[in-house]
Write a protein that binds this ligand. Structure first.
Ligand SMILES: Cc1cc2nc3c(=O)[nH]c(=O)nc-3n(C[C@H](O)[C@H](O)[C@H](O)COP(=O)(O)OP(=O)(O)OC[C@H]3O[C@@H](n4cnc5c(N)ncnc54)[C@H](O)[C@@H]3O)c2cc1C
Length: 418
């Protein structure tokens, strides 16, 4: 039997990992990506949590990904006065001691795309504008009028997914989280950066400022990587936001952080250029993740708030589980139904948890006081549940019998207890 062909729409984290995983499962993927370089528009950096690293390890791409970043095992939270509110781990160390890492978003995209190309997976540059599903195949129509046909299609085209709206026109779109974000890299090591433990591992320092949220981590070379979340309502127009010059954002950010303790102002001042200011969108619940021949993965299916630090890791987990489902089921629709039943409960739990923290980033004065009082206790209480989220181990066996999952939930997605 010829291997089944698959179109993967989007060459971001979800799309590249899906292509690598599908190829490993014996399918023939083709990636269609609209950009020639990595997307720069949604955040400067991201944390790859240990569960995401675990998923990349299944695909044998964790090495180059980790080499592009640095370890960030913990987040220290402070109030606008500098008061220490608590600390929370960014993941559970893997069996070999590997902890969560922070990478430039563009670097992670580049590493994954390079691996796709190195493994001989074709990548077509183009923008998918429609998906046509037929009884025996599916077609991705590109904006230049060309098309790609395959047995199945994976929509990995991000939170504003075109595949989602084409596949299911009444599907709900993403919601604006009430926050805009930018960030950058402050080269001046004179800036007072987050505390380091002296062993080459960095800690994030995050500050619930009076008017905006500031997070930073110092890389081993002394460069301070930082981001801000600024409450802004109503939802701004994305293009208008981008037209505001850096000098104007510098002035506005200086005013927003003027009354806060900590390094936010100095770090921002020391940064030559900022990433484009971008509205943050989430997609908490999508009623349908798939049709008979099309399935959504990553942010296209479920976009948690960036607060979760889990979007990229969940995308990588999706890729592995989807490939395992396709390997175990001949019919794509059956494989997608199995995929959704395995993945939905986990991702929606994480999306809900992140939404609660997001609300406290945009807190008013009264809510702020309550938050600063209760957060230390909440962090202690939530430590156990958030660690359960991270401790999600995926296994892949190439044994002949491994094709058949033991049960509907499969034997390969095992939570905890490596
Ligand atoms: C500010 C910010 C900070 C974040 N921080 C973290 C973090 O610390 N940790 C974490 O795990 N996650 C974080 N996230 C979330 C994480 O970035 C996303 O969950 C992750 O990038 C999702 O990957 P994706 O591949 O599904 O989507 P995307 O990264 O959006 O990739 C989609 C790809 O599809 C392409 N595409 C789109 N439309 C089309 C089309 N029609 N045709 C062809 N190609 C198309 C795009 O060019 C892009 O390459 C953060 C997000 C933001 C906004």
């Amino acid at each position: 039997m010829t291997a089944r062909s698959a179109i993967v729409v989007g060459g971001g984290i979800a799309g590249s990992t899906a292509a690598l995983a599908l190829a490993r499962a014996g399918l023939r993927p083709t990636v269609v990506e609209m950009r020639t370089g990595p997307a720069q528009d949604a955040g400067v950096m991201l944390t790859l949590a240990t569960n995401g690293i675990d998923a990349l390890r299944v695909l044998d791409v964790d090495g180059p990904a980790l080499a592009a970043g640095f370890p960030t095992p913990e987040i220290v939270l402070r109030s606008h006065t500098g008061k220490h509110l608590g600390a929370t781990p960014t993941g559970v160390p893997l069996a070999d001691g590997t902890v969560s890492h922070t990478l430039r978003r563009a670097d992670l995209n580049t590493v994954l795309r390079d691996e796709v190309t190195a493994r001989g997976i074709p990548v077509v540059t183009g923008t998918v504008v429609a998906v046509e599903e037929h009884a025996d195949r599916v077609r991705a129509v590109l904006s230049d009028g060309s098309s790609v046909d395959a047995d199945l299609l994976v929509g990995a085209d991000g939170v504003h997914s075109r595949v989602r709206s084409s596949m299911d026109p009444p599907a709900p779109g993403p919601s604006y989280a009430g926050l805009v974000t930018t960030g950058g890299f402050a080269p001046d090591s004179a800036v007072v950066g987050p505390e380091r433990d002296g062993a080459g591992t960095g800690a994030y320092e995050m500050v619930f400022g009076r008017r905006a949220f500031f997070g930073s981590a110092t890389a081993p070379d002394g460069v301070v990587w930082w981001f801000v979340n600024v409450p802004l309502a109503p939802e701004p127009d994305r293009r208008e936001l981008r037209e505001v010059p850096t000098a104007e954002w510098r002035r506005r950010l200086a005013a927003l952080f003027a009354d806060d303790a900590g390094a936010a102002r100095a770090t921002i001042d020391a940064t030559a250029d900022f990433a484009p200011m971008t509205p943050i969108h989430t997609l908490p619940h999508l009623p349908r993740w798939h049709t008979g021949r099309c399935v959504l993965v990553g942010d296209a299916a479920h976009a948690p708030s960036p607060t979760s630090g889990q979007g990229a890791s969940l995308a990588a987990e999706d890729a592995v589980v989807l490939a395992q489902c396709l390997r175990s089921q001949d019919d794509p629709g059956d494989a997608f139904a199995l995929f959704e039943s395995v993945r939905r409960p986990r991702v929606e739990r994480i999306v809900r948890a992140a939404a609660r923290i997001n609300n406290s980033k945009a807190a008013g004065p009264v809510a702020r006081r309550v938050r600063d009082l209760v957060l230390p206790a909440v962090l202690r209480l939530s430590a156990t549940s958030s660690l359960t989220q991270y401790d999600h181990h995926l296994e892949w066996s190439d044994e002949p019998g491994a094709r058949q999952p033991a049960g509907r939930r499969g034997s390969w997605a095992r939570v905890g207890g490596r």
